[in-house]
Design a binder for this molecule. Structure first.
Ligand code: ADP
Ligand code: MG
Length: 289
């Protein structure tokens, strides 16, 4: 092997915003069978906007105030969407104690001495807390992410948020298909939303409602099928999956943990750069033979 060629490619890559940290992994890029993408923030913009609110026992203003207050402690894209809505409505923040993140499920905290939780549909089912399934299905079918606001474990409101599918993600899936590479979505979000986004993208396979600690197992299962697998993600949750993949790709705007774990970092948050990595890897190692 001529290290010079890879060195040149590394610098070409850097100029295009592809930072190669592990050359062996970079070489794997030319032999990929599948690329797994984290949904939120990778295939989608990751910018949630609140679209629907339905309340019971409390007013919309009260429910939004509670959600805004507790979500102010979180960095999750859902939290940022709720916080943005709270600011738009000029809501004020109350004091919060005992804040706790429930990875892949939501969060909890104490506000005015009461137990407040904002959680996923999966959490509601797990805890056997009833909700209007029909209303939920109606929202999820439109590709909306739905969270439930609980006070003392009683449902007081449902908040729906929507995100936007990236055009560049559609294009990336299309080009990967033409290269005979499968595109797979991996998400903690619910099945309905995942399938809505999957259809928009014409993605090959979907793993939804995956808890953070299960993400790496999904990658492992694909590798054990004999596939060469790349994983693209940005969250703290994604780090173990990035480490497990033959090629771990983090996006530049991602969390420190994801960036430290990845083999390649995409400076711009553009799924098409995954295609560029594959092309660069093919060009690089073709020259060496
Ligand atoms: P992903 O990384 O695929 O977006 P996560 O594991 O971060 O998925 O989250 C999975 C689900 O957990 C979300 O779709 C949501 O229902 C719930 N969740 C996570 N964080 C929050 C939060 N801050 N507020 C409310 N719900 C949350
Ligand atoms: Mg994520």
């Amino acid at each position: 092997a001529t290290p010079l060629v890879t060195a040149v490619s590394t610098s070409i890559g850097a100029k295009r915003g592809l930072l190669i940290r592990d050359r062996n992994a970079f070489e794997n890029a030319r032999r990929l069978d599948a690329v797994v993408f984290d949904k939120t923030g990778t295939l989608t913009e990751g910018e949630f906007g609140v679209t629907d609110i339905k309340v019971q026992e409390r007013t919309e203003e009260e429910v939004m105030n509670i959600a805004y207050t507790v979500e102010s402690n979180s960095e999750h894209p859902i939290a940022r969407g709720i916080v943005r809505e709270g600011k738009k409505r000029n809501l004020s923040l109350s004091d919060v104690t005992d804040y706790e993140n429930m990875p892949g499920k939501g969060l909890k905290a104490k506000m005015d001495g009461k137990d407040i939780r904002v959680v996923s549909p999966g959490y509601m089912r797990e805890e056997k807390i009833g909700f209007d399934e029909e209303y939920y299905e109606h929202l999820a079918e439109q590709g909306k992410t739905v969270v439930f606001v609980l006070e003392e474990k009683k449902l007081i409101g449902i908040i729906a948020l929507s995100d936007m599918v990236r055009e560049s993600a559609k294009e990336a899936v299309r080009v990967l298909k033409s290269m005979n590479i499968e595109s797979i979505m991996l998400t903690g979000d619910n099945r309905k939303v995942a399938s809505y986004v999957g259809k928009e993208l014409d993605i090959d396979e979907i793993f939804s409602e995956v808890l953070p600690h299960e993400k790496a197992d999904k990658i492992d299962a694909l590798i054990r099928q004999g596939k060469k697998v790349a994983m693209t993600g940005d969250g703290v949750n994604d780090a173990p999956a990035l480490a497990k993949a033959d090629l771990g790709i983090a996006v530049g705007a991602g969390t420190d943990v994801a960036i430290e774990t990845a083999d390649i970092i995409l400076v711009k948050n553009n799924p098409l750069d995954v295609v560029n990595i594959i092309r660069l890897s093919k060009a690089t190692y073709r020259k060496m033979i």
